[in-house]
Design a protein around this ligand. Structure first.
Ligand code: MN
Length: 727
């Protein structure tokens, strides 16, 4: 168990002249308040705040922040009042403790709405006082380290949340050390078999890797000494979770992971960094295209370093990272290293250029109302992989990989984006879907009066461009829907000798109908809902007229046999799904994701073809091509079990044994196989594309789990088809 005295020593080492009295007070306070409480591990509760404080102390945080580490759970888990904390420790400490408590109280749910809300709150807390998030991350780190003591269901939930929210967030704040540990821990609990098998495979390679590092290191060390450069040389083996991701993303074997081992060279000055790079390239052949200069162009999270890959004497490529000690500290600790305690300072100063993205993100988040959209755009900001391009004047624009000229145009100015009609790269015309490359000089061609189109949402990747385009489209489309809805209602009303003008008085029920239907506050919102087809005009009339009068209308039940027949013919209505609040809409399951019973689903009103129902995880729903205004709530009806065809892709390590085992497993689960295609590769690996008949989500989970458990199976993934966009 960590001792309080050790924490005190660590803080003193980093802040020699600071007053540590507050720490001692916080320690005693916390010990008294948590007295008698026990953690799931059986240890006294106090161990937890002590460990959290220790993480913060090692991050060089100031005494106030470390004190908050000791106190972070007293508001939530003890009877302490805010007034007492204020009295003992002052307003600053109370403020941060309250911030941490608030974040902890956000109920966790896998739903995107909640996740987006969590992020929003965290971002706001961060701007308020960055220490709130640092304490929360330290808290989560210790909870993850001791996760094994919790029951499985909670373990998985916490690990999921860590992987989805806390790890990316710490990464975005540049805190690589914490991010790495969080990811490896979460991976371990989210995919135990995958974790175990990868650990074993990596273990086999560890010994030769160490020998290799030692040898290369000796050579480098000697060359640097000859050149008179003082350096610290470390070797590292890539972390499990990032190997796992790489294998999955690039579908390669462990032996093909380029940066399985890497050398890290820490020097005193920037000129030394470039000198070392030169020495390395002189000694070994560099791999073309692998040199990256993050010193001249730092990553958005503040990371600076030189990267290169060279080919060893034995012909193995390996990665080398070169940076100064200061840069290294920032690379490991990120925002915590930037954060320097100044009296009275809480948030990020104007001088923290490295975190301007945070301010921008907050500006955008105020524009983005839809939680799905917010989360999607946020994810882009959390996992950047960037390209650097130039304006014709030589100004650098950093954009995420996959960015197009439209993204580039919006990064210059909203109007340049809206009016973008084409682009030249290095003087040559390129299509708007062109993916920008490092070093591209991009010239945007504009035409005044040109307007963005919906296709652009699929062509852009940046938060900024998407939100600007969406904002433009939504405003334009909403206006259109409003007019259609108003006209339509007006026409229907006229049949009963009514008009909006006559109705639109304060006493008429129509004024509150938008609220009654839950589509908004104002009459205009009602028109928009009718215009989009969310509410039928008849539905509105039924609230305005007595039922007998409605039935009297000569045209009331006018049948439209032809139209209905055509609609039925065009698309079979899926009786298994219900649209909440209405039953006269045509519903069908979207082909792209083929949702099955039990899966969370969302409906989308298409133009004239009814409601297409997607899985909430469907890439087409997630990638923002869809307009949140046309989203509609749907649910599974009774009798929805059975008969869903699902496509699965199974990757095999050993095609001989595994193939037979997969077929046997499916048969034993009485799972009907509709189609099966096997591909084999030279290295005795293979893949199976399977189409199986599935009853519901539980059934699918069972099938995936058991196939995944078969020896020689690397991975099982459900396949979805990405379609070009909404209809
Ligand atoms: Mn805690």
């Amino acid at each position: 168990m960590i001792r309080f005295e050790d924490i005190q020593e660590t803080v003193k080492g980093h802040h020699p002249e600071a007053d540590l009295e507050i720490l001692r007070k916080a320690y005693i306070f916390s010990a008294v308040e948590h007295k008698g409480q026990v953690r799931a591990s059986g240890e006294p509760y106090l161990v937890h705040p002590l460990e959290v404080a220790n993480v913060l102390a090692e991050m060089r945080m100031d005494p106030i922040c470390v004190a908050v580490g000791l106190l972070h759970d007293v508001l939530e888990d003890t009877l302490t009042t805010p007034e007492r904390i204020q009295e003992y420790f002052g307003a600053d400490v109370l403020h941060i403790v309250e911030g941490v408590t608030k974040i902890s109280k956000i109920p966790y749910a896998t739903s995107e709405e909640r996740q987006a809300e969590t992020y929003r709150k965290m971002l706001l807390a961060m701007v308020d006082d960055i220490r709130v998030i640092l304490v929360k991350l330290a808290d989560r780190l210790h909870n993850m380290r001791t996760l094994k003591h919790l029951p499985e269901e909670r373990r998985v939930r916490i690990a999921r949340e860590t992987m989805d929210i806390y790890a990316p967030l710490s990464g975005r704040l540049g805190m690589a050390k914490i991010k790495n540990e969080l990811e490896d821990l979460a991976f371990q609990y989210l995919d135990p078999p995958g974790y175990r098998s990868l650990t074993a495979r990596v273990e086999d390679k560890r010994k030769p890797a160490r020998a290799f590092i030692q040898k290369v290191r000796a050579t480098v060390s000697q060359k640097l000494e000859e050149a008179g450069i003082e350096a610290t040389i470390e070797g590292r083996i890539k972390r499990l979770h990032s190997i796992h991701q790489k294998l999955k993303r690039q579908r390669i074997e462990l032996d093909q992971v380029y940066d399985f081992v890497a050398l890290r060279i820490l020097v005193k000055t920037i000129p030394d960094c470039y000198a070392v790079l030169g020495i390395l390239h002189n000694a070994w052949r560099p791999v073309p295209g692998r040199v990256k200069d993050f010193i001249a162009m730092p990553r958005p999270n503040g990371y600076r370093s030189l990267h290169t890959s060279v080919i060893s004497d034995e012909g193995h490529p390996f990665e080398v990272q070169i940076r100064t000690h200061d840069m290294h500290q920032v690379a490991e600790e990120g925002i915590a290293a930037h954060w320097k305690y100044k009296e009275g300072r809480t948030g990020l100063g104007a001088d923290d250029d490295a975190f301007s993205w945070l301010r921008q993100l907050l500006e955008w988040q105020q524009e983005v109302k839809d939680p799905h959209e917010f989360l999607n755009s946020l994810k882009l900001d959390l996992y950047p992989e960037e390209v650097y391009c130039f304006t014709p004047r030589g100004e650098v624009k950093m954009l995420p990989r996959g960015a197009t000229p439209i993204d580039f145009a919006y990064s210059i100015h909203t109007e340049v984006g809206h009016q973008c009609v084409g682009a030249r790269v290095h003087g040559k015309m390129v299509p708007l879907r062109y993916k920008l490359q490092n070093g591209d000089i991009v010239e945007i061609l504009t035409s005044s009066g040109h307007k963005p189109s919906r296709d652009w949402l699929g062509l852009t990747v940046t938060n900024r461009a998407k939100s600007k385009i969406r904002h433009y489209l939504n405003t334009a489309e909403k206006q259109q829907a409003l007019e259609i809805g108003r006209k339509h209602l007006e026409r229907e009303l006229r049949r009963f000798d009514l008009s909006l003008k006559k109705l639109d008085t304060k006493s008429s029920p129509i004024t509150t109908l938008a609220q009654d239907f839950g589509v908004g506050q104002k009459l205009d919102d009602l028109f928009v809902a009718v215009g989009y087809g969310k509410i039928s005009a008849r539905h509105v009339l039924s609230r305005l007229l007595p039922p007998d009068k409605l039935a009297e209308s000569p045209e009331a039940e006018k049948p439209r046999p032809m139209v209905d027949a055509v609609r039925r013919f065009l698309r079979r209505r899926d009786e298994r799904i219900k649209v909440k609040g209405t039953d006269d809409l045509l519903v069908y399951r979207a082909k792209c994701c083929n949702p099955i019973m039990g899966e969370p689903i969302v409906g989308y009103i298409t133009r004239g073809k009814g409601v297409s129902v997607h899985s909430v995880d469907c890439p087409n729903v997630r990638n923002l091509v869809y307009d949140p205004g046309r989203r509609i709530e749907v649910e599974w009806g009774s009798g929805a079990e059975g008969g869903y065809e699902v496509r699965l892709a199974v990757d095999l390590e050993d095609r001989m044994g595994a193939l037979a085992a997969v077929t046997a497993a499916l048969a034993s689960m009485k799972t009907d196989v509709r189609d099966m295609q096997v591909r084999t590769f030279d290295d005795n690996t293979g893949s199976i594309a399977l189409t199986v008949r599935i009853n519901d989500l539980k059934h699918l989970d069972k099938v995936v789990k058991s196939v995944r458990g078969i020896k020689g199976v690397i991975d099982v993934a459900r396949q979805s088809v990405s379609s070009p966009g909404p209809t």
